[in-house]
Design a protein around this ligand. Structure first.
Ligand code: SAH
Length: 274
């Protein structure tokens, strides 16, 4: 009698957009995968070219405030269900797995069911966006720390926290804050941050459709606020270095790189490619 051990669930980061930012380790896991549960913010090229053609790809996208987002409980259940079949399961997340990606929910689920797992980090959007905009997130004489902040639920930050953000010289990176750009800038200025503080709004970072808008907190205009999801904000002295070190061509068309849940809801809920 011998027991068959099932392979561990692999939770891997896909990087921020450019498929070549995938790690070799994640590539290997995808090539061996039989089932891939993927997020929305994963390069379509990675799904098309790095996953084995016979593997099943299940789309478990989320998009803030969209009704057809996949609930986290469904994703947790799919992980368990597919692991029990004995197949090699990869859970693929945009950017890094541990930055605003509900990793803890999935770890707790796996732990509860005594399912073994492996974690593979990825390039988080702030690092990708900074490099492709030509700026260091920390740079001697400019900033000694970087803060990665979610604007998904602004209520999690109280007044004291905002005051602290307004007074620090750390580089601030706001994720999920695209449509709140003006509010973020106004709030920081109202709490004493200089209106001359440089800010970059970067959308679709590292993809061929990357767009960078350079502004200052005091000069946010309606024009700057137009962006295509996903988008993040980099605020602080280092943002001014973009002018000097930008190395990528600026993209102006209104095309989307990532799928949106509004594209084709039928296809997107559990797209099964087999
Ligand atoms: N785990 C991801 C973040 C998920 S939260 C990571 O480590 O990058 C989703 C948010 O990340 C988006 O709302 C946006 O603010 C940011 N983001 C992800 N990919 C991006 C990209 N290519 N360009 C700009 N922002 C991005």
């Amino acid at each position: 009698m011998y027991t068959i051990t099932k392979p561990p669930v692999v939770i891997a980061g896909a990087g921020p957009g450019d498929p070549e930012l995938l790690t070799l380790k994640a590539l290997k896991a995808l090539q061996q995968a039989e089932v891939v549960l993927t997020d929305r913010l994963v390069s379509p090229d990675i799904l098309d070219h790095c996953v084995h053609p016979r593997a099943e790809i299940i789309y478990t996208g989320k998009e803030s405030r969209r009704a057809n987002s996949t609930p986290q409980l469904t994703i947790n259940a799919l992980l368990v269900q597919h692991w029990y079949t004995g197949k090699r399961v990869v859970r693929l997340k945009g950017g890094d797995i541990g930055i605003f990606g509900n990793l803890l929910d999935e770890l707790e689920t796996l732990h509860l069911h005594r399912i073994p797992f492996e974690l593979i980090p990825g390039v988080t959007a702030s690092c990708g966006a900074a490099a492709y905009a030509g700026i260091p997130l920390t740079a001697r004489r400019h900033s000694t720390a970087v803060r990665i902040i979610t604007m998904h639920d602004p209520e999690v930050h109280d007044d004291r926290y905002w005051q602290e953000l307004a007074s620090t010289g750390d580089t601030l990176v706001f994720y999920m804050g695209g449509e709140k750009t003006a509010r973020i800038a106004a709030r920081l200025v109202s709490l004493g941050k200089s209106p001359d503080t440089p800010m970059l709004q970067i959308s679709q970072a590292t993809t061929p459709m990357q767009h960078v808008s350079a502004m200052t907190l005091g000069s946010v205009t309606g024009h700057d606020l137009h962006f295509i999801s996903p988008c993040l904000l980099i605020i602080g002295e280092v943002a001014a270095l973009h002018k000097q070190f930008a190395w990528r061509e600026q993209y102006h068309a209104n095309e989307r790189y990532f799928l949106s849940l509004t594209d084709s809801p039928k296809q997107l809920t559990h797209v099964t490619r087999a």
